[in-house]
Design a protein around this ligand. Structure first.
Ligand code: URA
Length: 178
């Protein structure tokens, strides 16, 4: 399966119950051979309405942090662990993550990024199996031949602006993989 086939198959996904209430699947967006991949938690309301990742408030902060790091969104592939919006932005259920994760794994296999930025604990827990953003942000970890950078989720900076300088420092580390 190539990336377009994965994205098209995803749009028909009914593996968990979120398909019943979604407006759009949000498969992800970006270059098919991106060297940098960013992974968030789950689409929010605006992403559900548009079918595009990180277009809401967290996305705007992400854009400005990337701009400062001299990275263009068009150089990346951006997606989330869940591809459908959980109602009221609740945390994804573990069953939803279990059903959805094979899609993310397929995306990683087809894109083969040099670095995978895991934004927030849902992405970290889903791919690495532990919670550790507070102590481990800014660190890189290798697992199964893949390299991961642990990053705060942009929404963390929306709710707590004091985190933004730390976020800028951590996200700037992505530039060496461009
Ligand atoms: N938060 C996420 O984790 N993903 C999105 O696409 C938007 C907000």
């Amino acid at each position: 399966m190539d990336l377009i086939q994965v994205e098209n198959a995803l749009k028909k996904c009914k593996r968990c119950n979120l398909w019943k209430i979604r407006k759009n699947v949000v498969p992800g967006e970006g270059r098919k051979n991106a060297k940098i991949m960013l992974v968030g938690e789950a689409p929010g309301k605006e992403e559900d309405a548009t079918g595009r990742p990180f277009v809401g408030r967290a996305g705007k902060l992400l854009n400005s942090i990337l701009e400062e790091a001299k990275i263009k969104r068009s150089q990346l592939y951006i997606t989330s662990v869940l591809k459908c919006h959980p109602p009221q932005n609740r945390k994804p259920f573990s069953g939803e993550i279990k059903e959805c994760l094979p899609w993310l794994e397929k995306q990683i296999e087809t894109i083969q990024p040099k670095i995978i930025g895991l934004m927030g604990n849902t992405a970290i827990k889903s791919l690495l199996g532990f919670n550790g953003i507070t102590k481990m942000h800014g660190k890189t970890i290798e697992k199964n031949g893949k390299k991961f950078l642990l990053l705060f989720h942009p929404a963390a900076g929306v709710y707590n602006a004091k985190l933004i300088p730390k976020m800028k420092k951590d996200y700037a580390k992505l530039i060496e993989f461009v």
